[in-house]
Design a protein around this ligand. Structure first.
Ligand SMILES: Nc1ncnc2c1ncn2[C@@H]1O[C@H](COP(=O)(O)OP(=O)(O)OP(=O)(O)O)[C@@H](O)[C@H]1O
Ligand SMILES: [Mg+2]
Length: 455
């Protein structure tokens, strides 16, 4: 093993605005912790969000919608992401921004539909006939190319598989050799091969090969027990969109299972309404038979006021359908016109849709909460800053927005370095506030100097 690989493992992560949010930070009593999982304050909204999480987990939430409403920088996006991490990676979470629906190529409702289907998961349980074990031998047998020339073709592959009960040697079709190479299977790996389809899955490396230094990103698994040739329950998590994609390819079969192996092949083909109906039919059949289980996930539409009337009408209808995810909206708008109309409505959302939404209100932060959030952000971004400066920033934040002051952290640290300091002090905060402007101040300046700008 090379030493260089060790270094790269500790490479600092790119800092995203919500990287400190790890969950909702709710205590055992169902109350929000003062500071928990990266979140500060906003107790009621967090508790409400936690109830939503419980509803989703209990599968009582499908077809309903939640709206996070509040002024800019009150943590709407942060809370939605916290819900996603509370739900865990097995529940699909599809984030989008309202304006994403306006693309030159497809209709807005088509984009919405696609994202709806990305947010609906299907857990498929299948009992399959497999060959499973640790690879003890992997030899492709070659023959002279029948067409002449220099090339050799592989006539078949010999694989030795070992379990704790015994070993077996298989003589397999050359097509499997390709799948073996794709999965990068080597001697010492634990794999299984589906008997019907010949699909190869690498489970991990056999733990008899586990080294003391587990610096490699390698998963060690025990040598399987039982026979090499057996029936095994295989669980796959896919979304309806995955199924659409897999079946949109020309040669796509009718059977979902046959198509599983072909997932994730990047090839853009059109998904038609007819195909979706077809897939829904098969999915419903599978659910009835108990082969598959529906996992309604979350579709998060940020800046929902960017959607137009057509989209809202679509949403109304889509929420009623049997295959519907949980929809979470967020907006920072108050009363405004609905896009594409002259109608004024709260949050720019038509009243009939608003009527079926549970609204979670977020309120602006006080200085204390703001200071605490700034402290967490400063730690995450690795910025040394004293308490005085933090409280000064927090005061500035109450006059502007939280996001604005969070954004000032890094520039003020750069300024501190220029000033020859190790950490951010109040001088830098004052200086940086002179250099940049927040949205509200900028708007004021524009109003005052309208005659000086071009129109
Ligand atoms: N309660 C909180 N605890 C910790 N961090 C927070 C909290 N609320 C917001 N933040 C952080 O503050 C920043 C701004 O919040 P966020 O982007 O969620 O605001 P928003 O309500 O979505 O605003 P907008 O309406 O402008 O989209 C983000 O970096 C977010 O992670
Ligand atoms: Mg936001």
């Amino acid at each position: 093993m090379k030493i260089e690989t060790v270094e790269s493992a500790t490479r600092p992560q790119r800092i995203a605005p919500h990287s400190h949010v790890k969950g909702l930070g709710i205590g055992d009593d169902g109350k929000a912790l003062p500071v928990g999982a990266g979140l500060v304050g906003q107790d009621q909204a967090r508790e409400a969000a936690s109830i939503v999480v419980d509803l989703i987990k209990a599968k009582k939430m499908a077809g309903r919608a939640v709206l996070f409403a509040g002024p800019p920088g009150t943590g709407k996006t942060a809370l939605a992401l916290a819900i996603s991490s509370e739900l865990g990676p097995k529940v699909p979470f599809c984030p989008m921004v309202g304006s994403e629906v306006y693309s030159a190529e497809v209709k807005p409702t088509e984009v919405l539909m696609e994202n709806f289907r990305r947010a609906i998961g299907l857990r498929i349980k299948e009992i399959k006939e497999v060959y499973e074990g640790e690879v003890t031998e992997l030899t492709p047998e070659e023959t002279e190319d029948t067409l002449g020339g220099y090339g050799k073709t592989i006539s078949h592959v010999i694989i030795g598989l070992k379990t704790r009960k015994g070993t077996k040697q298989l003589r397999l079709d050359p097509t499997i050799y390709e799948s073996l190479q794709k999965e990068k299977v080597e001697v010492g790996d634990v794999i299984y091969i589906e008997a019907n389809t010949g699909a190869v899955k690498r489970v991990g490396r056999s733990d008899t090969f586990a080294t003391e230094f587990d610096l490699e990103a390698e998963e060690y698994v025990p040598v399987p027990s039982g026979d090499v040739h057996k029936k095994k329950e295989i669980i796959q998590d896919v979304t309806l969109h995955d199924l659409d994609m897999a079946n949109a390819r020309p040669q796509g079969g009718q059977d979902i299972v046959s198509v599983m192996g072909t997932l994730m092949k990047p090839k853009k083909t059109e998904i038609t309404e007819k195909l979706r109906k077809e897939i829904n039919k098969v999915v419903n059949k599978y659910i009835d038979q108990g082969v598959a289980e529906l996992v309604p996930g979350v579709l998060f539409i940020d800046e929902v006021h960017m959607l137009n009337l057509e989209c809202f009408t679509y949403l109304n209808r889509a929420l009623e359908s049997t295959l519907s995810p949980i929809v979470i909206f967020a907006t920072n708008r108050g009363h405004c016109t609905i896009r594409g109309t002259e109608i004024q409505s709260p949050h720019g959302i038509p009243l009939d849709l608003l009527d079926r939404i549970m609204i979670i209100k977020l309120t602006p932060y006080g200085t204390e909460d703001m200071q605490q959030i700034l402290k967490i952000r400063a730690e995450i971004e690795g910025i040394p800053i004293d308490d005085d400066s933090l409280s000064q920033l927090a005061i500035l934040g109450t006059k502007t927005t939280l996001r604005y002051v969070v954004q000032l952290l890094t520039p003020s640290f750069l300024l501190a370095k220029i000033n020859g300091r190790e950490s951010v002090s109040t001088t830098e905060i004052e200086e940086i506030n002179e250099l940049f402007m927040d949205a509200k101040t900028s708007a004021k300046v524009l109003m005052a100097q309208t005659d000086k700008f071009l129109k």
